[in-house]
Design a protein around this ligand. Structure first.
Ligand code: MD3
Ligand code: FE
Length: 213
């Protein structure tokens, strides 16, 4: 390996029908993303929400955009107001919108206009068990996800919870576009291992852009 190989050049890879991995796609704009992320989190600090079944999630969450994904005793849903403050969510920052739009474009979705950005924060041990994303209205719209900070092992499953799942490491800067068939696949994240990232410390942060409403 020579010193000038382009290992940090974006690469794309189809994981399954409709699922495209864009390695390092968010790296170029990471400075703006990080700055805008801090501004959103200052307005809506990360919190551990409670599932309808009464379990506190290990992943801490925040939202920006017109709609935010929430869970509480009343259920899982998208809401235009933060149930904690009663206020609307912060606007989606321009750097977020641009990144989501460019990634969707790369995967063949020219008119992706997300109205919701869920921000997940994983600390060591935090996980997300296999689930489908079904709270959105239109499953023909893709979801764009952006991984930041500590590496995590993602699980891409099939269309049934009990189906086989493939494990895949997701690194800082990786972007995935989930369209077509892959949109309704089960997926999850294994418990985060201890790690350190210069900008994110011991955390992993994931942004998911959705057209929810
Ligand atoms: C595959 N988040 O927020 S991102 C979620 O890393 C969620 O925080 C995980 O699952 C995380 O709902 C995974 C990758 C991802 C996001 C949405 C998907 C994969 C997906 C929707 C459909 C299929
Ligand atoms: Fe999900």
């Amino acid at each position: 390996m020579d010193l000038f190989d382009k290992t940090d050049e974006p690469q794309s890879l189809t994981l399954a029908e409709g699922a495209m991995l864009l390695r390092g796609f968010a790296l170029r704009e990471q400075t703006a993303i990080l700055e805008d992320l801090h501004a959103v989190i200052a307005l809506v600090p990360f919190r551990h929400m409670v599932t309808p079944g009464g379990f506190t999630m290990s992943v801490a969450m925040s939202n920006c955009g017109e709609l935010g994904w929430v869970t509480d005793k009343k259920g899982y849903r998208y809401d235009a107001q933060d149930p904690v403050t009663g206020k609307p969510w912060p606007d989606m920052p321009a750097s977020f919108i641009t990144l989501a739009h460019k990634a969707a474009m790369q995967a063949g979705y020219a008119d992706f206009k997300p109205d919701a950005c869920l921000i997940n924060r994983y600390q060591v041990g935090a996980r997300m068990s296999l689930h489908q994303d079904k709270n959105e209205r239109d499953f023909t719209q893709p979801i764009v996800s952006v991984s930041l900070g500590v590496v995590a092992v993602f699980q891409l499953g099939s269309f049934e919870r009990a189906g086989k799942a493939v494990k895949l490491p997701l690194y800082h800067g990786d972007v995935l576009v989930w369209g077509g068939d892959s949109r309704l696949r089960y997926h999850g994240v294994l418990p985060l291992k201890m790690g350190y990232h210069p900008a994110f410390g011991e955390y992993r942060v994931n942004l998911t852009f959705r057209k929810a409403g």
